[in-house]
Design a protein around this ligand. Sequence first.
Ligand code: SF4
Ligand code: MG
Length: 327
Amino acid sequence: MSLLNVNQLSVHFGDGKAPFKAVDRISYSVNKGEVLGIVGESGSGKSVSSLAIMGLIDYPGRVSAEALSFDGVDLLSLNEKQKRKIVGADVSMIFQDPMTSLNPCYTVGYQIMEALKAHQGGSKKERRERTVELLKLVGIPAPESRLDVYPHQLSGGMSQRVMIAMAIACKPRLLIADEPTTALDVTIQAQIVDLLLTLQKQENMALILITHDLALVAEAAHRIIVMYAGQVVEEGRAEEIFKRPKHPYTQALLRSLPEFAEGKSRLQSLQGVVPGKYDRPQGCLLNPRCPYATEHCRRVEPDLIQLGEGKVKCHTPLNAQGEPSNV
Ligand code: SF4
Ligand code: MG
């Protein structure tokens, strides 16, 4: 049984006949100890879908799903108290910008100890010891001396380490990391990803790594799902996605990476942006930006179909040569 099971999850905003579909019927699962990469440009619904899993979508957002379960427990049917037992403890999340997620008014030690208190209890002394242990685990030097510092006294990289310490405080079985390195310098980015992967292995924790940067998940993830405009457009084993992308959008994301663009023109990357509420095209949502779009694509939305071991949502998935083919 998979640890997290997401089946036909949608998140709509706004009322009336045409609500904005920020997430549109996405399905995926994450197994115990697995690293899943969720990739897409900003506006593709990556964060919103994770917030929905965490139960963090407020009105006017509406969440619906055929199934949304963690370790067999239906997350949508839980009341607040039951949900708090799972979310924040068994399932935990870290966000892009540590500075907006940490409370500037409280010390680092206090914030971690509060997280421990909320979910695990124990004596004050035990919580303090565990906090020092956690700071050490995430590579913060002289952890005892950091307990009483405030978030603004830390660098971006150190703050993100504190966020990670807080997120893993209750030994989650699933950690969702939403663009965990975007706000950081390049050298620090690699360290944070390494840290996440080390912790993931040590604790045999499942990890969902959300990013716009396909290169980041290249080696880290076992499987990848690619999202565009709220939909899953491709899913597969990481290696397969990198070697043989089957969706034009995945191909374009790959071609925009310097290491893949070698010898090819970077101009092959997609022009334009993900459509918003008012400019959703008919048919395939990628069609205005897709170099392979046909009349058929402009009229009819493709289904997400199984192809080999993966899935792809395109009328003419790309073949091994990277060219459109009819299936
Ligand atoms: Fe491009 Fe058509 Fe495939 Fe959409 S269905 S990705 S427009 S080729
Ligand atoms: Mg986001």
